[in-house]
Write a new protein. Structure first.
Length: 361
């Protein structure tokens, strides 16, 4: 009985938390999905037959064997198998890091605004969150605040690029941060969800630093968020710890088949990435002609800044009526902004056309 009381007491803060599942309320047939940083343009209709055409039926009735996928990823990543581990997207990596390397009352640093799960996990595990801010006028990351935070936290999380505000850190800046973190015995975690769209990667630094983890996902550049698969890259000392705490199987057979298909067909992945980059650059150029400021050059999204909050909300509602789903109604200094996931040029042309109609009104 005493144990039960203690259990309830230690986790009492969780009872006050509310987690909501995001319901699919978009028109997936006629709409344009630009509000969740997913792949916007659908795959070809026969994609499933391409992926699973050679799949053996016995694979559904046995436990998965990830050895082949690890061997292929080793070649793709150009790192040894001891330096990476499969995870359930970046979420899976984050959850493991919070559980393994932090205890109640510890402090972490994170860029904010950013991915919501940093705050969610901080609340779940009773971790203090030190927020590293952006300049409200030019959307530049406060570097001084970033460097000064390192001595105050046990883990520093840096999404690079971040979202909704990008402001990439260079490789030299990342190395400088690694050195300061090493000196202060701080674990540095670089979230590279948008890797492959043009940003620098910190992966090469794992050879020099024992306090660095790089997290990635197949959701963005590979365009398959549905399979919930990613990986963590790091020095052997950290990956071995993550490996000790992993589940019996890091993922399932179906997700593995999807990724193995795209690793064999990297040309299709690169084509998709180039389409997104071309669409993004076209979109930014057209916005500039319309006198609309935009931010984002190394991700699959663009943050646009309107004249005021009212204008942003009206454009949001206007696009919503057209079944063009974008992310908006941000709180605080981003209240006059909208975030749009980018797609191929033809799709972005449709969005520009609608924005022009809106502006004429």
């Amino acid at each position: 009985m005493k144990t039960n009381k203690q259990f309830v007491y230690e986790r009492n803060h969780i009872s006050t938390m509310k987690r909501l599942r995001i319901k699919e309320s978009r028109d997936l047939v006629n709409g344009i999905r630009m509000n969740r940083n997913e792949r916007v343009d659908d795959f070809e209709k026969n994609i499933f037959s391409k992926i699973f055409s050679k799949t053996k039926s016995y694979n559904l009735s046995k436990y998965p064997d990830h050895s082949n996928l690890y061997s292929k990823l080793k070649i793709f990543l150009k790192v040894d198998e001891k330096n990476f581990i499969l995870t359930s997207g970046i979420d899976g990596s984050l959850k493991s890091i919070f559980e393994i390397f932090l205890k109640k009352g510890d402090s972490i640093g994170c860029l904010l605004p950013s991915y919501a799960m940093y705050e969610v996990f901080s609340k779940i595990y009773n971790i203090k969150l030190l927020k590293i801010s952006y300049d409200k006028d030019n959307y530049r990351l406060n570097r001084k605040e970033l460097f000064s935070s390192i001595s105050k936290v046990k883990i520093l999380f840096i999404p690079n690029p971040n979202q909704p505000i990008e402001d990439n850190l260079s490789l030299s800046e990342l190395e400088k941060i690694c050195k300061i973190c090493e000196k202060n015995k701080t674990l540095l975690v670089i979230d590279e969800a948008y890797h492959m769209f043009g940003s620098n990667t910190a992966a090469s630094l794992i050879k020099k630093f024992k306090n660095l983890l790089v997290l990635r996902t197949f959701s963005k550049a590979f365009g398959v968020p549905s399979i919930r698969l990613g990986y963590a890259i790091g020095p052997e000392n950290l990956i071995s710890i993550l490996n000790t705490y992993r589940l019996s199987y890091e993922t399932n057979f179906l997700s593995e088949e999807v990724i193995q298909y795209f690793l064999k067909n990297l040309g299709a992945v690169k084509k998709y990435i180039n389409n997104v980059k071309n669409g993004r650059d076209y979109f930014k150029s057209e916005l500039n002609k319309l006198g609309i400021s935009s931010f984002g050059k190394n991700s699959n999204f663009v943050l646009i800044k309107l004249n005021n909050k009212n204008m942003a909300n009206k454009l949001y509602e206007f696009l919503l009526k057209k079944k063009i789903y974008v992310k908006g109604k941000y709180p605080g200094f981003l209240s006059d902004c909208l975030l749009l996931t980018c797609a191929k040029k033809n799709t972005m042309m449709k969005i520009i056309s609608q924005i022009k109609i809106f502006l004429k009104k």
